[in-house]
Structures are given as C-alpha cells and as structure tokens.
Design a protein around this ligand. Structure first.
Ligand SMILES: [Mg+2]
Length: 316
C-alpha cells in the first residue's frame, strides 16, 4: 500500500488525496464513537487546509452556555448564565418561580424539531424579554454577581484550560457569542482564570445605575435564533478578527451556525455541534447541519485536538 511508504511527505500525500490518514494518525479523537460526521473526507480536507494556512489565519467563534460550559455533571443539569442568576442573593423566590415557569413553557419550544427557526424566533425573544423584565424588577446588584457565580455549579467543559490557553498562546482570537448574560459569562471565565486578552464577548450586558443596581439591558437583545443579526452588526466590525479567513465554530444549537455570517470572505469554516439533549430526535438535523457532531461529550477534547493540529503548522 503506497501510503505506508515512510518517505511520502505531506505535499505528496496531499496530491494523492489520502485524507483519511489525517484523523487516524494525527487527530485520533475524531475516531471516537461519540463523533459523528456527515462527510468525513470534507472535514479532513478542511482541517488540513486550515493547518496549512496556520494559526495566523484562524479565528474561533463559540457559543457559551452548554457549549463551553458543561450540560450535565454526575447526571445533574448544569446552569446557564441566566440560571446562575437564580440565587437568593440576587432575586427572590417569587421571581425564581416565575423564571422556572417561563423555562418550562419556552425551552420545549426552543428544542422542538417540528418548528422552524423562523417560527421559534419571536417566541424566544418573548421569553428573553420577559426574563430580563423580571430581573430588572429585582434590582440586582452588580457587586453580588461574583458571589452568585461562586455559589453556582457552573463548570466549563473538561479541557477548557488547554482550549483557552492554546488560543491565547497562538494569538488566535476567540469570539464568544452568547445569548446569555455577558456580565455573568465574563465572571465565569474570570473565576476559571482563562479570561485572556484574545477573548472577545458579544452578549446581553446589564446596565447598572451609579449605585450599581441593574436598571436595563444594553443594546439589542441577542437570542439563539437571532445571532445572525448580531454577527453582521457587531462581530463583523471587530478589528481583531479581520484577515482571519478560517473559522472554527462551536455551538450546541442550530441557531449558533449563523455566528460566522459576519466573517468577510471566509475560506474555510468548520462547525462543531454539541448534541447534549434529545439526542435521538435531533441527531439527523445536527448531522445535516454541523460538520462534526459530538454526542453527549462533556469535554473539549475534539476541538482541542483539532486546534493542536492546526496550530502545529510551521507557518504561524
Ligand atoms: Mg448554547
């Protein structure tokens, strides 16, 4: 077999198109049974092109809740940034109860495979608007957010330190694009000591009055199904992302796929989707939408292995 001859180097391999060697030898994590791919050869070609272009051409765009954070730990659901606010330091019992009722109403709609994103969008905006209104009524104090994060069970996925540190060391910008609460998100990554200078966040930020009490939310509401508008209006303008035409995108919702819509003239976009919940019902749509689907994988092992490979390029 020709590709077992040791003197064959990378360019020759590329000409011969023996892409399948890539994952088996260089990214063994892609062979795990929790990894699903619609078109393995396309994934391998994309990763190879990204590696050839080097870390200098790369940007990473990631969702936060349930993508960079764990979905579950020891069988228990982990909180989103909104759930972290469900703490008596910040809100009272009646507000917490109302927020849980809203979640029971709207979350099933969010993950309903029988409804289109267009159909879900106004309902999701309705959910977020109601939650934000409740939070504002509670007069949340800015100086209590750190304590609420400390007391929460929020956990970044296993391998997070390697993920954030590698991107920072290679000066690869990481855009975190979240429909959660930016102030809480920042506190989570700060408390995990990975809020490096290459991290940029687009999210729903709280606006506090001069005494540090929440009075509104800043700017336009970002929800899972309107990230495209945020990508075009905000992400596209980020100077740090200019000239980086290779994108690694991480998300856990189909709406996250639009996060790269603001990238001008993208060369390669590789999308990784975490399928955390309702696996059987949603598997097919995820495989058809993301390049790589990770089923019930609470780690960042696969993104880390791809990043290790891409940043191993000599043309940084
Ligand atoms: Mg998410």
């Amino acid at each position: 077999m020709i590709y077992h001859i040791p003197w064959i180097n990378m360019p020759v391999r590329a000409v011969l198109g023996i892409w399948h060697q890539l994952s088996k030898k260089e990214i063994p994590e892609l062979a795990k049974c929790s990894v699903l791919m619609r078109e393995r050869s396309k994934v391998e070609e994309t990763i190879y092109s990204m590696q050839q272009a080097g870390a200098g051409s790369l940007q990473v765009i990631s969702d936060f809740d349930m993508t960079l954070t764990r979905f579950a730990y020891n069988g228990k659901r982990m909180p989103t940034t909104h759930n972290i606010l469900d703490n008596r330091l910040l809100i009272n019992e009646a507000c917490a109860k109302r927020m849980r009722e809203l979640m029971n109403t709207y979350y099933p709609i969010e993950i309903d495979t029988n409804r289109s994103a267009e159909e879900k969008l106004p309902l999701m905006v309705e959910w977020w608007t109601k939650v934000h209104k409740l939070l504002i009524q509670q007069k949340i104090r800015k100086d209590m957010l750190g304590m609420a994060v400390k007391e929460s069970n929020a956990m970044l996925r296993d391998g997070y330190k390697q993920f954030f540190d590698r991107l920072s060391e290679n000066q690869v910008p990481l855009l975190i694009f979240s429909a959660g609460v930016g102030d809480v998100l920042e506190e989570v990554i700060r408390q995990n000591h990975v809020f490096h200078p290459n991290v940029h966040v687009i999210s729903n930020y709280m606006d506090f009055d001069h005494t540090g009490v929440l009075r509104s939310f800043q700017g336009q509401l970002i929800h899972t199904f309107n990230k495209r508008e945020g990508a075009l209006s905000q992400a596209a303008g980020l100077r740090q992302l200019k000239g980086r035409s290779n994108v690694l995108l991480l998300g856990d919702s189909l709406g996250d796929l639009t996060m790269a819509d603001g990238v001008s003239e993208p060369k390669n976009i590789l999308t990784i989707g975490f399928l955390n919940d309702q696996v059987e019902e949603r598997k097919e749509s995820y495989i058809n939408s993301f390049d790589i689907v990770l089923v019930n994988d609470e780690t960042l092992d696969v993104p880390n292995s791809i990043l290790r490979y891409i940043t191993s390029s000599r043309n940084k």
